[in-house]
Design a protein. Structure first.
Length: 239
């Protein structure tokens, strides 16, 4: 029998996408926070390291287990890709940037935890799809007024996760980007604790979501992926 030796074939993982050039600088000033995404560039201003991790992995704040100091020090990022890149690819590039410049390592832990699920109320959503293309912009004038432009439902979930204190998941089935306006000022007088300065934000959110947005917040237990920070440096390596 004739034996034929075949050359060994090595299957290597594709390298993680990376920015062509990127600057990461500590920002000690109380500057406005900003995120700008264009087809080939990303600009972030005065963002905590915690938010950079949240943005890169596209999760809610409650899905990150990290030291408290990650919320304190803020940074500016100015990065440019070699060519046009979608937002999903930009997030992967930020992951590599955080690993390269901050030595970030983490692992994912699936946990069954209490969550709030955003679902459709009877009658469906009371907001419209964005008429033009664009990246997500969130405007929070105060805790009870929220304006979101080009928002996915996961963006809305992330936007309220801090207020409700647990992960918020999207179970609406809505796949587009939307213009969302929610002014909860009218609900303050109805709030039973408003007179003594104790606002029941959960009650206000539940009512406002259904009345103003045609959405519901449902409490349930569900398995979610939690990012556990294993290691991260407090300052980036030099540009």
């Amino acid at each position: 029998m004739l034996a034929i030796a075949l050359p060994a074939i090595a299957f290597a993982e594709a390298p993680a996408p990376a920015f062509e050039v990127a600057s990461v600088r500590f920002n000690p000033r109380p500057d406005p926070q900003e995120v700008q995404v264009s087809p080939d560039a990303l600009t972030m201003r005065n963002q905590p390291l915690f938010f950079l991790v949240q943005w890169a992995w596209d999760v809610t704040p409650a899905q990150i287990e990290a030291p408290a100091w990650l919320r304190q020090s803020c940074f500016d990022i100015a990065a440019k890709a070699a060519g046009p890149a979608g937002e999903a690819q930009m997030r992967l590039m930020v992951r590599k940037l955080l690993a390269d410049r901050f030595g970030l390592t983490l692992h994912t832990d699936a946990r069954v935890v209490p969550v709030y699920a955003i679902t459709l109320a009877k009658g469906g959503p009371k907001f419209q799809e964005s008429p033009t293309e664009g990246t997500f912009v969130l405007e929070r004038k105060n805790p009870v007024i929220l304006n979101a432009h080009h928002a996915r439902m996961i963006d809305l979930a992330q936007g309220i996760s801090g207020e409700v204190g647990r992960p918020v998941v999207d179970d609406t089935g809505l796949q587009g980007r939307y213009e969302i306006h929610m002014d909860l000022s009218a609900y303050l007088n109805r709030n039973p604790g408003a007179g003594d300065g104790q606002l029941d934000l959960m009650s206000i959110l539940f009512s406002g979501f259904q009345d103003l947005l045609g959405l519901k917040l449902e409490s349930r237990k569900q398995s979610v992926d939690v990012l556990v920070i294993d290691h991260v440096e407090k300052m980036p390596t030099d540009n």
